[in-house]
Design a protein around this ligand. Structure first.
Ligand SMILES: CC(C)(COP(=O)(O)OP(=O)(O)OC[C@H]1O[C@@H](n2cnc3c(N)ncnc32)[C@H](O)[C@@H]1OP(=O)(O)O)[C@@H](O)C(=O)NCCC(=O)NCCS
Length: 178
């Protein structure tokens, strides 16, 4: 399903669609900008072709892929496996729109809770997740092998509660107004 989302403050629209195998080279380009260590191309191809629990999306703007994200859904839990926006396109709510798409997919797949790991130093991503109701519940020591950095483990939910529904509505409205 294709979702036409609200214009960013700069006026460009982000069009979010399920990730296809053909999208992987462009996704890898953003991956290199976004993360100190990257998933190999095989990881994306395997996720797309062989993992029935996985849901991946790309966001297009100005004719190219500028954002991507993915979740695994296992019973009631959705795990954000990745989320990134190309460097030139940050600060335009594209990360937020992609996160919203992941939350919508989690709900569509009947998940109640959502979780992720984020680097302790990644305050930008933590801010984004906090905005969407994620709180830190624990940390995993030396989780990232490139620099032994700790991961914060964040959770959000109950996604199906009226409280969370109202929060999402308010956030969507704020994006539409911006
Ligand atoms: C994290 C990331 C996806 C955010 O995407 P983005 O499109 O730049 O962010 P948005 O414009 O949608 O901003 C949404 C929210 O993110 C947070 N945020 C974004 N930029 C921020 C900054 N420079 N400083 C602090 N918080 C920031 C804020 O909470 C912001 O909401 P607000 O403007 O109401 O305060 C992007 O910075 C990125 O790709 N980073 C590298 C990859 C990464 O860290 N991924 C997450 C892995 S867990």
């Amino acid at each position: 399903m294709k979702a036409h989302l609200d214009p960013s403050p700069a006026g460009e629209r982000l069009v979010i669609e399920p990730m296809q195998q053909a999208d992987v080279p462009e996704v890898l380009r953003i991956e290199r900008e976004a993360f100190p260590t990257q998933w190999p191309a095989d990881a994306f191809y395997n996720e797309l072709s062989g993992n029935k629990l996985a849901y991946y999306f790309v966001g297009r703007c100005e004719g190219g892929i500028v954002a991507y994200g993915g979740i695994w859904v296992v019973l009631e839990d959705a795990h954000i496996t990745t989320l990134a926006v190309g460097e030139r396109y940050r600060g335009r709510r594209f990360g937020e729109l992609m996160l919203l798409r992941l939350i919508d997919e989690a709900l569509a797949q009947n998940a109640t809770w959502m979780t992720l790991e984020v680097r302790e130093s990644n305050v930008v991503a933590q801010q984004l997740y906090r905005k969407y109701g994620f709180t830190t519940v624990t940390s995993r020591k030396a989780y990232y092998s490139d620099n032994n950095e700790n991961a914060l483990v964040m959770w959000a939910g109950n996604l199906k509660s009226e409280l969370y529904h109202n929060r999402l509505c308010a956030l969507r409205e704020a994006i539409a107004r911006s």
